[in-house]
Write a protein that binds this ligand. Structure first.
Ligand SMILES: [Zn+2]
Length: 105
C-alpha cells in the first residue's frame, strides 16, 4: 500500500474535521488539528510489510513510531494522532479501491 501525498491526507483530514465540527465533536476536532499540524511539520509515514504504519517523529530526531490497529509505541497518551493517521490512510486506500472498481465496471 502506498501512502498518498501529504496534501491528499490533509484534504481528507479537513473533510473529517468539517464533519466533526457539525457534530460539535471537540475531541475529534482537536485530534485532527494535531494530525494536520504534525504533517505540516514534516512527519512522514510509510507502511511496513506486516501492515504496521511507521511514522517519523517530528519532536525526536530519528525516532520512528510503530503504529498497529490499536497500539502505538510513541510516548503520547492514547489515542494519539498516529492511530488517527493510520485509520485515515486505510480509509483513503479503501476509497481508492472503490474508485478503481467503478472504473473497471
Ligand atoms: Zn502515537
Amino acid at each position: 500500500m502506498r501512502v498518498p501525498s501529504t496534501t491528499t491526507i490533509i484534504n481528507r483530514a479537513l473533510d473529517l474535521r468539517g464533519d466533526a465540527q457539525r457534530q460539535h465533536d471537540t475531541a475529534t476536532i482537536n485530534g485532527i488539528d494535531t494530525l494536520i499540524k504534525n504533517l505540516y511539520r514534516g512527519a512522514k509515514a510509510k507502511w511496513a510489510i506486516d501492515g504496521a504504519l511507521l511514522v517519523t517523529s517530528v519532536n525526536t530526531l530519528g525516532a520512528v513510531y510503530v503504529v498497529t490497529e490499536h497500539t502505538c509505541d510513541c510516548p503520547a497518551y492514547a489515542p494519539c494522532w498516529h492511530l488517527r493517521l493510520r485509520a485515515l490512510l486505510l480509509d483513503l486506500f479503501q476509497t481508492e479501491c472503490d474508485t478503481a472498481d467503478m472504473h473497471a465496471a
